[in-house]
Each structure stands twice: as structure tokens, then as C-alpha cells.
Design a protein around this ligand. Structure first.
Ligand SMILES: [Zn+2]
Length: 505
């Protein structure tokens, strides 16, 4: 049954901090052959704590003028604070609403660890061959002449804040009594590590720290401070957790969050993570995290104007200081809304047989935009408009804005020739001209010198496909429809999948 009558070595010894060096070490065997772990290429993959690996890497990046967190877009100030806290060996609490990159930040910190380290083979918490922490490995190091070791990949463990979390899930099942009774040290009833201990030698990321039951927060406080825990029976667990502790929480008064206990807060440096500061950062986060980019490794192929319109829809919804409409929104859309908007518009284009999106891909009454936003926006209680109406207005504001910029790019001195050229490439319709937004119009447009030179310049003379050309032509026509018309006179109007143009004079 794996039960021994008497432990081979006294329990007391297992409570001691055991460190070995080159002189008193057992023989280490890696993949069947004995290795000298103090020689190259093994020397830098043991005996070093994760905090020190990360400190060294940050200092090294500093010397080379490199950003240690290239996966985090923008956030200059937050990065500086994070470097400082990590260099001081502190735990960090990232505070911010969901979807602003707290998890990405924690993962990019973990990336400062070596991509693999050496560990004692079979250890449930990947013990360091020179500094074992669990009972079973301590015994191996003390008692055995030969110890098998193995490579283990970089450790990043997410510990979700769950109000139902139990001590066993968090810390593990550790029975000092069972050891005293003579149970085998790696007997499953003696030691089952919980998620907190699984972060040993890596990064433990406490997502939604406030949602962890307060009795467990007390245990964590001891674990973060003393690197060890006391069981509910009062036994100190002879175990030292060596991990970088990171945590995340939503700001107070935000739905679904409970408070973090004071002593725990006192042991962490708080760094606020807000929304992306600029439109460009918002777009870059959206692009990099699109499904097709992240999972399939493809280029997003969404024209700049669409990226800007879509990202602005999301940013206006957050901009309570400058936008009236944002004050009607209680829960604001995060970067995930931007990512999903990019995804859905792209998917709709593909469904319609294209790579490059057109305005029609926003859907009838902007249904595709709503798909990305409906669940990510909550209105303030008592607002008269429906969510659909608010989203519709956000799209209109963003379209007006970007179309205003596009309209400015039509050269003033050639405007009339351009306008007439456009009318010429359209089909006659009741004394007006109709330009359908389809591939046929592209070849006509390319043949017309006046039209082609303006669109070519708008596309910055880069190499472009017919689809991109069509999208450019469409956004220029849309900008004319939005910027030229007066209540008395309609020059350009969208009609179905095209534009009707009347005579300029
Ligand atoms: Zn171990």
C-alpha cells in the first residue's frame, strides 16, 4: 500500500532547508546519462530563483535599450513601474477593468524566464535539483546517490479567483500527520500540490484576487510573505514556494468584485492598467489579437480607414469626458470589443467572397457591429434609448469623423475634374449617375485619368489589389456623401450598394 512502518529519515530533517552544491551533490542523470549540472550548457538552468532570472533579464534589456515587454503595446508608464517593482523582488497587483491587457502583461513577465529549466524528475512541483522543496525530493537528495533530472518548460500558472475555491485546490493536500505516521513521502495522500504551489519556479498569476474567499486570502498573505503556509491544524508546511507572484483585480465598485484584504494589499505593489492611450495603440492591439492573425498567422488585410472607424466606435463609447453618448454607457467596451469588431467585419467580407471589407459588411442597420458590441456594453439605468440605438449613433459618429478626414484628402484644385470623372464612370440613372460598388467600377475608374490619380494618391501610390482600390473608392464616395450635402442640395447619396451623383453645377 506504499505505507512504511518507519520513515527512513527523521521527519525533522525534512523540515530543513536543504541546498546542495558541487561538492556534496548526488550524481545527476539526465535522459539516461550522468551530467555535471555545474558545467555548460546546464549551469544557468538551476540554483536560480525566478525573481533573479527576471531581475537579470530586465537589467540586461536596460543595458541594450530593449523593451522587456514587447508583447504589451504602449503602456510606457506601466512598464517602467513594473520593471521597478520586479527589480525590488515585489509582488504586483494589476488593477484595471477587464480586457485591458492584465493577463497579457503577466504572460510577458513570465517570458523573461528561461524557456526551460532543470528539475528533479517526477516531482509534482518541478523542484530545483540543488534546492528541493517537497518532502519526496528532499528524501531523494539526502538518501540517494543518483537523482534523475529532466527539462521542464517555463511555468506560468493562472489561479482564477473563484469564491468556491478550496484550500485543497489552492494550496494542496499536505498532511504532516501522514508523514509522522510513516506514509511514503510521495504517497498521494501526503502531498498533492494546489495551484498556488504549481507556480513554484515560475509565475503565479492570481486572476481576480478579490474573488478568492477571505479565509484563503489569509493563507496567501502568509505564502506571499513567508513563502510558506501553515495548515489549519497549525502545522507549518515544510515547504518554500519560490515564485514570482502577480495578481489582477477589477477596480472597486465594479460589478462582480469583492475586496482584497488589507494585509494582502500591503504586500503587493499596485499598478493601474487602463485602456490604450492612443487610437494607434488600440488598432495595433486589435490587429495583433484578431483570430486570423493570432491563430492562423495571416495578415489582417483590413484597410486603415476601416480599422480607424471600428476602433473609434469603441473609443467613443469610453470617452465620458468628451462624448455625451458615452455618459449613457455604464459598462464600457474593452479592447476585446475592438478585436471582435475587426474579426466580425473581416469574417463578413470573407462570407461575401472578398478579402477586403466594404461598408456593406457592417451589416443592415450595422448588425455586424452590434454582434461585437451588444454583450460588451451596459447602459446606465434609466437611459431612454435602446442599446441598438446607442450603437447605431456610435457608428454614425465614427463614420462622420473618419469620412471628414478622408474628404480633406481630395485635392481641392482638382475637385471638379474628379467629380465629373466619377459621374462619367457611372451608369446614367434619371439624369443622375449611379456608381455601383463592385469590381466592374474598378476597371472603369482606373481608365479615367482624373479619378484614378486621386484614388491612387489616396492609396499613397502603394501596390494595391482591385479589392483595396474598390474599398478606397467607396470610402471617398461615402466621405462626399457625408460632407458635401446640405439640407437643400444632395450631391452624393448612398443607394443600395452604390452611390447616386447629381450634377455639381
Ligand atoms: Zn519535489
Amino acid at each position: 500500500m506504499g505505507v512504511r512502518v518507519k520513515p527512513k529519515i527523521p521527519t525533522e530533517l525534512l523540515f530543513e532547508d536543504i541546498k546542495v552544491n558541487r561538492n556534496n551533490a548526488p550524481h545527476y542523470v539526465l535522459d539516461g546519462s550522468e551530467v555535471d549540472i555545474w558545467s555548460e550548457p546546464y549551469a544557468s538552468f538551476h540554483s536560480k530563483s525566478p525573481v533573479d532570472y527576471i531581475r537579470d533579464k530586465i537589467l540586461e534589456c536596460g543595458k541594450k535599450g530593449k523593451d522587456p515587454f514587447p508583447d504589451v503595446i504602449g503602456k510606457k508608464r506601466e512598464k517602467e513601474l513594473t520593471k521597478n517593482a520586479l527589480l525590488s523582488g515585489s509582488s504586483i497587483l494589476f488593477k484595471g477593468k477587464k480586457g485591458y491587457g492584465k493577463t497579457t502583461f503577466s504572460k510577458s513577465i513570465a517570458k523573461l524566464l528561461p524557456d526551460r529549466v532543470l528539475a528533479i524528475k517526477g516531482c509534482k512541483i518541478y523542484d530545483d535539483p540543488t534546492h528541493p522543496s517537497c518532502f519526496s525530493c528532499k528524501e531523494k537528495i539526502i538518501e540517494h546517490n543518483t537523482v534523475e533530472i529532466t527539462w521542464i518548460p517555463r511555468i506560468w500558472v493562472r489561479i482564477p479567483g473563484d469564491p468556491m475555491l478550496t484550500t485543497r485546490q489552492l494550496i494542496g493536500g499536505i498532511s504532516i500527520q501522514k508523514i509522522r505516521d510513516g506514509y511514503d513521502l510521495d504517497h498521494p495522500e501526503v502531498f498533492i500540490p494546489g495551484r498556488a504551489l504549481k507556480a513554484h519556479r515560475g509565475v503565479g498569476y492570481y486572476d481576480e484576487l478579490g474573488a478568492i474567499p477571505s479565509s484563503l486570502q489569509t493563507l496567501l498573505h502568509e505564502l506571499f510573505e513567508e513563502k510558506q503556509v501553515t495548515t489549519t491544524e497549525g502545522d507549518i508546511v515544510p515547504f518554500r514556494l519560490d515564485a514570482v507572484i502577480l495578481a489582477a483585480t477589477n477596480p472597486a465598485n465594479y460589478r462582480g468584485t469583492s475586496p482584497i484584504k488589507e494585509p494582502l494589499l500591503d504586500r503587493m505593489e499596485e499598478i493601474e492598467i487602463g485602456p490604450p492611450e492612443t487610437l494607434e495603440e488600440e488598432i495595433e492591439i486589435g490587429r495583433r489579437n484578431m483570430y486570423l492573425v493570432k491563430v492562423k498567422g495571416l495578415e489582417p488585410e483590413i484597410p486603415d480607414w476601416h480599422l480607424r472607424i471600428l476602433a473609434k466606435i469603441v473609443r467613443y463609447a469610453r470617452d465620458k469626458e468628451r462624448r455625451d453618448i458615452a455618459s449613457k454607457i455604464d459598462t464600457e467596451p474593452s479592447c476585446r470589443a475592438t478585436i471582435k469588431l475587426f474579426d466580425h467585419i473581416k469574417s463578413e467580407a470573407i462570407r461575401n467572397g472578398r478579402e477586403i471589407p466594404l461598408l456593406s459588411d457592417y451589416g443592415d442597420s450595422y448588425d455586424i457591429v452590434k454582434l461585437a458590441l451588444m454583450g460588451r456594453i451596459e447602459l446606465v439605468y434609466g437611459v431612454k434609448e435602446t442599446k441598438e440605438e446607442i450603437i447605431r449613433r456610435l457608428v454614425e459618429i465614427a463614420l462622420n469623423d473618419i469620412c471628414g478626414e478622408v474628404y480633406q484628402k481630395i485635392p481641392e484644385d482638382r475637385f471638379e475634374e474628379f467629380y465629373d470623372g466619377l459621374r462619367k464612370i457611372g451608369d446614367p440613372l434619371n439624369g443622375q449617375s449611379y456608381l455601383p460598388i463592385d469590381q466592374k467600377i474598378v476597371s472603369k475608374s482606373r481608365m479615367n485619368k482624373e479619378v484614378n490619380s486621386v484614388i491612387d494618391r489616396f492609396l499613397e501610390n502603394k501596390k494595391y489589389s482591385d479589392e483595396l482600390y474598390l474599398s478606397a473608392l467607396e470610402i471617398v464616395l461615402e466621405s462626399m456623401a457625408r460632407c458635401m450635402n446640405t439640407p437643400e442640395r444632395k450631391y452624393v447619396e448612398r443607394k443600395e450598394h452604390g452611390y447616386v451623383m447629381s450634377d455639381l453645377r
